[in-house]
Ligand binder design. Structure first.
Ligand code: ATP
Ligand code: MG
Length: 460
C-alpha cells in the first residue's frame, strides 16, 4: 500500500497480537542529544500511565500530537499514550479507565485532574490484524477502524509523518519510522503514504492539515494544496456531526484567523459553509475590517488569554450575512422584522446542518444572539431591565459591538449599551428615563406592534 516504505525486516509482533504477515519497518531511534526531551517534558499523569502499563508487561509510549508539539517547543494540549494492551486489558490495569469510541475504541484513564487517552496499536486498513474490523464506505472512506496490530503497523495508519513519532520516556528516545523528526525540523507536513489515497480514505485529514498549518506554521507544499483543492468536495461525504467537532477544533485553538484564510484558499470553506461563502461580501472578510474577520480575531484573543469561547458566537458570525440577506428579503415582502429574523435563522441553520451538524444546544443560542440584535437596537425602555438580565445578553452585546465595529450598527447605540452595564442602578434608571423622554408612549406602543419601522433607523 505505502510504496515509499522499504520493507526491511519481519520482526515478531509486539505482545500477543498475531496478524497475517505484518508490514515491518525498522524504526530510527533518536537519542536525547538530538531531540532534547526528557521525562520531565511530559505530564505526571502520562508518566504514571506509561509506568503502570509497563509494569503490567505491556509496551507503552507517547504518540502523535504531544510528541510533535514538544519537538516544536510548544505545550501539548494533552498527552496520548499508545500500547499493545487491548482496551479491555487497559481497563484491567486501571480500574478507573473508561472505554469510549465507536470509530476508534480506546480507554480514558483519569489521573488526578488529567485524563490520559490510551489507545491500542492499530493495523492500517490494508493489513488486517486480529480483534477488530475495518468498514469502508463510498470513495474508500474508512467508517470503522478497530483492527488491532503492532506498532510497526500502527505507524502506517497515522495521517502525517509529524504525527507519527513515538516517545519512550523511560529510554528517552524518539522512535521514528517515517522521517517525521526531520519533517518537523523542516516544518513540513507530509502525508504518510500516497496523499490522494490517504485523503480520500478520510477527507477530514484535509481539515487536520489546515489546523496544523495554521496552528503550528507547518507547510503543505503546492502539490498537496492543489490536491486538497481538487478533493475539497469529498467533505460532503463526511458525517456532519464529525465536521462540527472538527470545525470547533480548527477555530477554537487560538488561530481562527489563519484557519479561515487557509480554508478559503484551499476551497474547503465553501464545502463547510456553502451559504456563508456565497453570501459573503468583500467587506465581511476584509482583513481586520469585516465582521467575520473581527469575530475570528476576537475569538483568538479570548483563547490566547484563557477566556471561554462559545461555538454559538462563531457560527452566529459566520452565518450572519446569509441570515441578513434572507431577512431583508422577507422584510421587503412585508414581514415584520422579528419573524423575518426567526424564519431566516431557521432556514440558514437548517441548510447548514446538512454540512456541519450544529447541535440543538448551540443553535438555540445562535438564534438568541440574532434575535436579541433587534431588541438591542430597538432599546424599548420597558424591556431594558429584563434584557440586561437575559442570560444571552452578554453574547448578544458582544455581537452588537462587532457589528458596530464593522460599520453595521450605530456606534452611539453600542456605547449606550456599554455604559449602562458600567453604571450603578440609579444611573441605569436615569439612562432609561432619558430614553423614555425621547419618545411618547404612543410611539413605544407602535414600536412594539411594528418593530420593523422603529428599528430601521439603526439598521445598516
Ligand atoms: P492535537 O494537538 O489537536 O490533539 P493530534 O495530532 O494529537 O493534534 P488527535 O486528534 O489528538 O490529534 O490524534 C492523535 C493522533 O492520532 C494524531 O497525531 C495522528 O497520529 C492520529 N490521528 C488522528 N486523527 C487521524 C486521522 N483522521 N487519520 C489518521 N491518523 C489520525
Ligand atoms: Mg492529541
Amino acid at each position: 500500500m505505502f510504496s515509499f516504505f522499504k520493507k526491511v525486516t519481519s520482526k515478531s509482533p509486539v505482545g500477543s497480537r498475531q496478524g497475517p504477515e505484518p508490514i515491518s519497518l525498522e524504526p530510527v531511534l533518536i537519542p536525547a542529544s538530538q531531540h532534547g526531551l526528557s521525562e520531565a517534558s511530559i505530564s505526571s499523569g502520562a508518566r504514571k500511565v506509561i509506568k503502570a502499563l509497563r509494569e503490567a508487561g505491556y509496551a507503552a509510549e507517547l504518540v502523535g500530537g504531544c510528541v510533535r508539539d514538544l519537538l516544536l517547543g510548544q505545550t501539548p494540549k494533552d498527552f496520548d499514550v499508545v500500547t499493545d494492551a487491548l482496551p479491555e486489558e487497559v481497563r484491567q490495569v486501571f480500574r478507573r479507565a473508561r472505554l469510549i469510541g465507536r470509530r476508534f475504541r480506546l480507554a480514558h484513564v483519569r489521573m488526578g485532574r488529567e485524563v490520559i487517552e490510551v489507545s491500542t496499536y492499530r493495523a492500517s486498513s490494508a493489513n488486517s490484524g486480529q480483534g477488530g474490523e475495518v468498514i469502508h464506505g463510498d470513495y474508500g472512506r474508512i467508517l470503522r477502524d478497530n483492527v488491532f496490530g503492532t506498532r510497526d503497523e500502527d505507524v502506517l495508519r497515522r495521517d502525517f509523518t509529524a504525527n507519527a513519532l513515538y516517545y519512550d520516556p523511560v529510554k528517552n528516545h524518539v522512535i521514528d519510522y517515517v522521517n517525521g523528526f526531520e519533517d518537523i525540523h523542516q516544518r513540513r507536513l507530509r502525508f504518510i503514504g500516497e496523499p490522494a489515497e490517504r485523503l480520500s480514505e478520510d477527507p477530514v485529514r484535509m481539515l487536520r492539515a489546515v489546523r496544523f498549518k495554521a496552528k503550528l506554521g507547518l507547510t503543505l507544499g503546492d502539490q498537496i494544496e492543489d490536491l486538497i483543492r481538487d478533493n475539497a468536495f469529498l467533505l460532503r461525504h463526511v458525517p456532519p456531526a464529525r465536521l462540527f467537532d472538527e470545525v470547533l477544533k480548527m477555530f477554537h485553538h487560538g488561530c481562527a484567523v489563519s484557519v479561515f484564510s487557509a480554508l478559503r484558499e484551499l476551497h474547503l470553506f465553501a464545502e463547510l459553509f456553502p451559504q456563508a461563502d456565497r453570501a459573503f461580501e468583500s467587506i465581511d472578510v476584509a482583513p481586520g475590517v469585516g465582521l467575520v474577520w473581527r469575530a475570528l480575531e476576537n475569538t483568538d484573543r479570548r483563547v490566547q488569554v484563557g477566556k471561554p469561547v462559545i461555538a454559538a458566537f462563531l457560527f452566529a458570525a459566520l452565518l450572519w450575512r446569509a441570515v441578513r440577506i434572507q431577512r431583508d428579503r422577507y422584510v421587503q415582502e412585508g414581514m415584520p422584522i422579528l419573524p423575518a429574523i426567526q424564519r431566516s435563522a431557521t432556514m440558514v441553520v437548517g441548510r447548514e446542518n446538512q454540512r456541519v451538524a450544529i447541535p440543538r444546544r448551540v443553535s438555540t443560542v445562535i438564534f438568541e444572539i440574532w434575535e436579541l440584535q433587534d431588541r438591542l437596537e430597538a432599546r424599548r425602555p420597558r424591556t431594558i431591565a429584563r434584557l440586561l438580565e437575559n442570560k444571552r445578553f452578554r453574547a448578544a452585546y458582544d455581537f452588537l459591538v462587532l457589528r458596530s465595529q464593522a460599520g453595521e450598527s450605530d456606534e452611539a447605540l453600542t456605547q449606550w449599551w456599554t455604559r449602562i452595564q458600567e453604571v450603578d442602578p440609579p444611573e441605569q434608571q436615569q439612562m432609561i428615563k432619558l430614553l423614555k423622554g425621547g419618545g411618547s408612549g404612543h410611539k413605544r406602543r407602535r414600536a412594539r406592534k411594528r418593530p420593523s419601522k422603529s428599528t430601521t433607523k439603526h439598521r445598516e
